[in-house]
Design a protein around this ligand. Structure first.
Ligand code: ADP
Length: 570
């Protein structure tokens, strides 16, 4: 969930070129809601791929409208990723939810948002909801997924004076229908966020979501938008699509996964890209600029965040990143629902990245094989008795990496090994690399994004350090507990809601905690954990077992979302 850079959008608009498949700019007078024009003859990249493969006939797109649909593409069924025709257009009795996000597992991921977009819709489908997911068709989506996508149709999206091509592809993965918005100009780039024109890219995506409903033939009861990337969906819905047959009844839920990243841009964007009139623009104007998140909060029927504690915290200036006044005014529609983790994907009993699989029964025998395996792999001294502390996450101030680097020597003085995996601020990346050079027998800093290495660290480590300055929910600590790595966390947001401090008297609890954002307090929590690990082995086992026994699955959480959706459904 990286933030976008602030952009001088006017300059951007002058410099940019239209995508190959897009028509020339629409005249200024043209209404933003103009009907899609005729489809071009060639579909963009993924179609080419499919055409080259020459495969299965008779895969018909689900199209209820008269929108022009491209020729049915022949494609070769791949074994790994099963493609099915979406059928939910017939399931009118079901609650219909369109989950829209900037990323979704397993297609593309930068952080926890992708995990949620991959897991919540699946849990909803298992509960009988017709939940579907829509994300951009990024260059970085692996080809094996692209090979199995099917082209449904295309339309054009008006962004003020621009008319931009929008293709729609689909596939079914583990029972969930996914849609991919294609525009090579906006999404055929390396990386997901952080481009000079992110404001325009995600304004396009947000409008394309609403425009493409007629292509996919879906009239959602609920559109569930997430973070700044899709915060404009409720805004555009209210401003442009309330009379549209496909979304006039749709209610919106807007979920804040991280309030730090709000999508802030210069106000030149309002007329030049968003095409909003003065009254409409009040929805997104905030603090002298355009703020996508503010628009989402103002326009959505309900606003949620990803843990009850964080929902409380963001009402406070310390955590609110300037949004606290807006949220306090909209408190009546704000709530917090804790995230879960995908129990199938994050399962030490089946995880192929581990050196040895284990469950609650075999954990104390097999977990040490993972420690020894990782030590050998990383060139650390091989010793199954040395406490290993793991960290997996973005190397940014949010995750408390400044506390860790401040007292790294004192942590390593406890005769522990530490393995850190992450990318982020170059400052922390460099400090960690430098410290690794100074303590080669104790510290490994892997500056990379690797799900395989993440699993290995969860599996090998005895403790998992997550001293976040703020943490909307946090998934890593839950994954760590499931992998028998005891969390050491600061009591904030979702960490407060998921980790219970171990109580020596009662034997309850599954982690070690500290409250104040302070390196000494963190150090004391680490000392307590290492002390228990070394000197009270039976008690340590109890802490591990308590964590492993916790249910972090999505089933109960999906029920909470269904309740919320039903409260606002029309
Ligand atoms: P975030 O604030 O980044 O969303 P979360 O704890 O909610 O943090 O989710 C992070 C997710 O991303 C977890 O699944 C974690 O394992 C994964 N992750 C974070 N950094 C890396 C990395 N460098 N390599 C692989 N996976 C990572």
């Amino acid at each position: 969930m990286a933030e976008t850079k602030k952009t001088n959008t006017k300059k951007v608009a002058e410099k940019k070129e239209a995508p190959k498949a897009a028509p020339k700019a629409a005249p200024k007078a043209q209404a933003p809601k103009a009907a899609p024009k005729a489809a071009p003859k060639k579909a963009p990249t993924p179609k080419k791929v499919v055409e080259e493969k020459k495969v299965a006939p008779e895969v018909k797109p689900v199209v209820e409208q008269k929108v022009e649909v491209k020729e049915v593409v022949k494609e070769e069924p791949k074994k790994e990723v099963k493609v099915e025709t979406p059928v939910a257009a017939k399931k009118d009795e079901k609650l219909k939810v369109l989950f829209v996000a900037g990323e979704a597992n397993p297609f593309i991921k930068t952080g926890g948002l992708a995990d949620v977009a991959g897991a919540l819709p699946k849990a909803l489908v298992e509960k009988g909801v017709d939940a579907r997911v829509m994300i951009p068709l990024y260059l970085g989506i692996p080809q094996e997924f692209k090979n199995n996508m099917r082209f449904l149709g295309n339309c054009y999206v008006q962004l003020s004076w621009r008319s931009q091509y929008c293709g729609v592809f689909t596939c079914n993965y583990q029972g969930v229908t996914y849609y991919f918005i294609d525009n090579e100009f906006y999404f055929k780039r390396h990386g997901l966020y952080g481009h000079y024109d992110d404001g325009e890219r995600f304004a396009f995506f947000s409008k394309a979501i609403l425009e493409s409903l007629k292509i996919i033939g879906f009239k959602p009861d609920i559109i569930h938008a997430n973070d700044w990337h899709t915060a404009l969906v409720p805004v555009f819905l209210d401003c442009y699509y309330r009379n549209d047959e496909f979304c006039k009844k749709a209610q919106t839920v807007y979920t804040i996964h991280n309030i730090e990243f709000q999508g802030q841009y210069g106000d030149g964007l309002i007329g030049d890209i968003l095409g909003l009139n003065y009254d409409q623009s009040l929805l997104v104007r905030y603090g002298g600029c355009v703020n996508y998140m503010k628009g989402g909060i103002e326009s959505a029927s309900r606003v949620t965040t990803v843990s009850p504690s964080y929902a409380n915290e963001i009402l406070d200036p310390y955590y609110g990143y300037g949004m606290q006044d807006i949220l306090n005014a909209r408190k009546y529609k704000l709530s917090g629902i804790l995230n879960g983790i995908d129990l199938e994907k994050n399962n030490p009993a089946t995880d192929k990245s581990l050196f040895a699989n284990y469950d609650a029964k075999t954990v104390f025998e097999n977990k040490k094989l993972n420690k020894v395996g990782l030590q050998s792999l990383l060139g650390l001294p091989v010793d199954e008795s040395v406490p290993m502390i793991g960290m997996v996450g973005r190397l940014t101030h949010q995750k408390g990496i400044d506390l860790v680097t401040a007292v790294m020597e004192r942590i390593l003085d406890m005769n522990v090994q530490m393995v850190v995996l992450g990318t982020g601020d170059w400052k922390y990346e460099n400090i960690l690399k430098d410290m690794q050079n100074r303590y080669p027998g104790k510290l490994r800093a892997i500056v990379n994004f690797s799900s395989d290495m993440a699993s290995k660290i969860y599996g090998a480590s005895d403790m998992f350090l997550m001293p976040s300055k703020f943490e909307p929910c946090g998934l890593s600590q839950m994954i760590a507990m499931r992998y028998a790595s005891v969390p050491i966390v600061r009591l904030t947001g979702g960490l407060r809601d998921t980790v219970e401090a171990y109580n020596h008297e009662t034997g309850k609890g599954d982690g070690f905690t500290f409250l104040t954002y302070n390196a000494s307090d963190m150090l004391y929590a680490i000392e307590r954990a290492v002390g228990l690990y070394r000197d009270y082995k039976d008690e340590w086992k109890k802490v591990v077992q308590n964590g492993m026994a916790k249910d972090f699955g999505w089933s109960n959480i999906a029920d909470q979302y269904i309740k919320l959706y039903n409260e606002i459904k029309q």
